[in-house]
Design a protein around this ligand. Structure first.
Ligand SMILES: *Cc1c(COP(=O)(O)O)cnc(C)c1O
Length: 393
């Protein structure tokens, strides 16, 4: 990889490791282990593996390393550790850095599984968690203390699209000696602003935009080399959270088109958000790039796009909402997002059904809330599908 390459070039060529055959397409090294010429060579590698030497696929693999170099370079970090899923990455980042008695501050608007790791898993091991309104800078400043070890947030929250002022939170955290871990699943690797704002560890569910075609589960933790090849790699290589080489290979193929796909999806998302805003059957249309979004100014200072997901509330609650969902023909009902196929989700009864009602109310997960993920279909067809289904209510 060259430091002078722009992102589009980095995504096609970054981190390439060619074998002696000089193949054009990246090689799938589908191997768990590696052989050593001599017993001395094995001994030497276990003492200290060089930067392009491997021991066991749970520790690292050449195809996985290509993917780590390429994606971490894209989001601006020195290094990355690829994981079996986005949750293996979130869990790995926390477990690698925290111990009993530590204090963590997190935004309360979190993906259900992230909340489980924080409250249930870390709570069981004696980590103290404070949850704050992620959009309130004063709340972060009040909650982060000199003994706070780690700050966790989703840069754009799933499913209600709350936007955190990352530079402000990083500044407060760093003045108190805390590490900032940002989950960039919704902000996308193409429009990620974590590095520019000072985030220490950027966690990405590569299941989302990187795969983008509904096939693979994957995750990645990006950061500086000391953290990634230090505590993060040590924890993950011994606890089995590594990505498998086949996933890394499919992901490498996806990176070729990531920028094109995400930009096309984001442009269509903005057009749909602008079309739906003010629709008589909707209460609120939330998209960071709309001037009506409560954190629009912060969102647009941080990123050039609001991403590929819209949230809105259908008037008439669950019954009207289900009529709308069932009347859609192109948008499919599912619980993933960022796919090339457009997807609708009803968070209150699916992804977030386990949250107590009080928490749903607090987070704005209303009975009429829809999370809309915009794919690569013709935007005119998508708008016709949405307006047609709204007319059917
Ligand atoms: C999907 C998602 C995850 C988990 O990713 P998986 O790859 O499904 O494990 C974590 N955080 C956020 C914000 C997500 O949207």
């Amino acid at each position: 990889m060259s430091n002078t390459w722009n992102k589009r070039t980095q995504m096609v060529h970054g981190g390439t490791k060619r074998s002696h055959y000089g193949e054009v397409s990246e090689t799938l090294y589908l191997t768990q282990g590696f052989v050593y010429e001599t017993a001395e060579a094995a001994e030497a590698r276990f003492l200290k593996a060089g930067p392009d030497e491997f021991i066991y696929a749970r520790y690292g693999n050449p195809t996985v390393r290509m993917f780590e170099d390429r994606l971490s370079g894209l989001v601006g970090y020195e290094d990355g550790f690829a994981c079996a899923s986005g949750m293996a990455a979130v869990n790995g980042a926390m477990m690698a850095l925290l111990k009993a008695g530590d204090h963590v501050v997190a935004a309360r608007a979190l993906f259900g599984s992230c909340l489980y790791v924080l409250e249930e898993v870390l709570g069981r091991f004696g980590v103290e968690i404070s949850l704050v309104d992620g959009t309130d800078n004063a709340a972060w400043d009040a909650a982060i203390r000199p003994d706070t070890r780690l700050v966790f947030l989703e840069s754009i929250s799933n499913p209600t699209l709350e936007v955190v002022d990352l530079a402000h939170v990083c500044d407060t955290a760093h003045r108190n000696g805390a590490v900032v871990v940002a989950d960039d699943a919704m902000s996308t690797p193409v429009f990620s602003y974590s590095k520019a704002c000072g985030v220490d560890l950027c966690v990405i569910s590569t299941t989302k935009h990187v795969d983008g075609q509904g096939r693979m589960l994957g995750g990645m933790i990006c950061g500086n080399r000391d953290l990634i090849r230090g505590p993060i790699e040590t924890y993950l290589k011994h606890t089995g959270g590594a990505m498998n080489p086949f996933t890394a290979w499919v992901h490498l193929k996806s990176l070729d088109t990531l920028d094109l796909r995400v930009r096309a999806q984001a442009a269509a998302t903005l057009q749909i958000a602008e079309t739906l805003e003010g629709h008589p059957k909707l209460n609120a249309v939330r998209y960071p790039q709309l001037p009506s979004h409560p954190q629009n100014a912060v969102a647009m200072r941080q990123a050039e796009s609001g991403g590929t997901v819209i949230a809105f509330d259908v008037k008439g609650g669950k019954e009207a909402c289900f009529k709308f969902l069932n009347a859609l023909e192109i948008f499919t009902i599912s619980n993933n997002f960022a796919d090339s196929k457009s997807i609708v989700t009803h968070p209150a009864t699916t992804t977030h059904h386990r949250l107590p009602q009080q928490q749903k109310d607090l987070l704005g997960i209303s009975p009429g809330l829809v999370r809309l993920s915009v794919g690569l279909e013709d935007v005119g067809d998508l708008i016709a599908d949405l307006t047609g289904a709204l007319a059917a209510i």
